[in-house]
Write a new protein. Structure first.
Ligand code: HEC
Length: 278
């Protein structure tokens, strides 16, 4: 614990963050979980999944009202229809995915040892389309997020389980995602870390800040602000823009590695996607 505090203090002095440790993904996760446990001693899994609504009773009530008729329901139905519509050659998405796509969303992104890079579930779907003569879909809006929502629904409640294989390339991708998470951005030099780690639970411009652990278990999510359901990379882009930085491109290696690192922070929590957010 002392080590964690020391490291956090040390980070405060740095222009660009060093890695929190070089101990490896499993030790990292233990240290991160211990840090949040210390910050929020009473948190249960359900609190981690509730994000910012833990910290504001009015907003929590509003959110609970929204959840009485979850706005993502119709998107899940649309996604199911799309998923089950065969390609012109008679093949379908289910033919491309492990277990026909059911109950696997909680294990993505994965590191593909053959290709030597992180693969998101969106990439898996687009690869399937191209293999079957269809054009790839846009990553952030429209049909692809709807299919993601349907697949996520089939693994709701299953533990988030992001694996970093004992392979130097997988470790490098994880470390790159971690570096991106701790990189300062924009004119005021905000890293993800500053808002969702160091000051999680506090307010910034009228918003309570959700802790880094748990966030990714809720995505893809329907956001009232978007009036749509979107994948987590769309949310990352929003946070990058909000600090005045040029966002990384959706589907780029950096974005995928960030998703790999960030989603792994929620390992062990039950998948809660799709969720609803303001
Ligand atoms: C200046 C503060 C700030 C920074 C820096 C920041 N965010 Fe956010 N982020 C917010 C606010 C405010 C929200 C909305 C309230 C909430 O859910 O925390 C948010 C929401 C999110 C959410 C949605 C959480 C949920 O439960 O719906 C994710 C995921 C997220 N941020 C990831 C990131 C990542 C990754 C980075 C770094 C690239 C980042 N944020 C940088 C302020 C920030």
């Amino acid at each position: 614990m002392n080590k964690v505090i020391l490291v956090v203090v040390y980070l405060g002095f740095m222009g660009t963050f060093p890695m929190l440790s070089h101990a490896g993904p499993d030790e990292d996760l233990k240290a991160y979980q211990a840090y949040f446990k210390q910050q929020f001693p009473d948190f249960k899994d359900s609190n981690y999944l509730m994000g910012m609504y833990n910290f504001n009773d009015d907003k929590r009530r509003q959110w609970e009202e929204i959840m009485e008729f979850p706005p993502y329901e119709f998107v899940i139905e649309k996604g199911e229809r799309l998923f089950n519509t065969p390609f012109p050659n008679g093949k379908s998405y289910a033919d491309c995915l492990e277990n026909g796509g059911t109950g696997i969303a909680n294990t993505y992104p994965r590191f593909d040892l053959q290709e030597g890079r992180v693969r998101t579930l969106s990439m898996e779907l687009n690869r399937c389309r191209e293999k079957n003569g269809a054009k790839p879909l846009g990553l952030l809006k429209g049909d692809l997020p709807a299919i993601l929502a349907y697949l996520a629904e089939t693994s709701r409640g299953m533990p988030i389980d992001i694996q970093v294989a004992d392979d130097p390339r997988a470790l490098a991708a994880y470390e790159d995602g971690k570096r991106i998470y701790f990189t300062r951005r924009g004119p005021r030099g905000f890293a993800c870390y500053h808002c969702h780690w160091e000051t999680a639970g506090r307010r910034i411009r009228g918003n309570e800040l959700s802790p880094a652990i748990g966030q990714a278990a809720n995505f893809p999510a329907y956001r009232s602000k978007w009036g749509a359901l979107g994948p987590i990379q769309r949310r990352y882009k929003g946070c990058m823009k909000n600090v005045g930085a040029k966002p990384l491109k959706a589907g780029s290696a950096g974005m995928n590695n960030l998703e790999y690192f960030h989603r792994r922070l929620s390992n062990g929590l039950p998948s809660n996607a799709p969720a609803a957010r303001f």
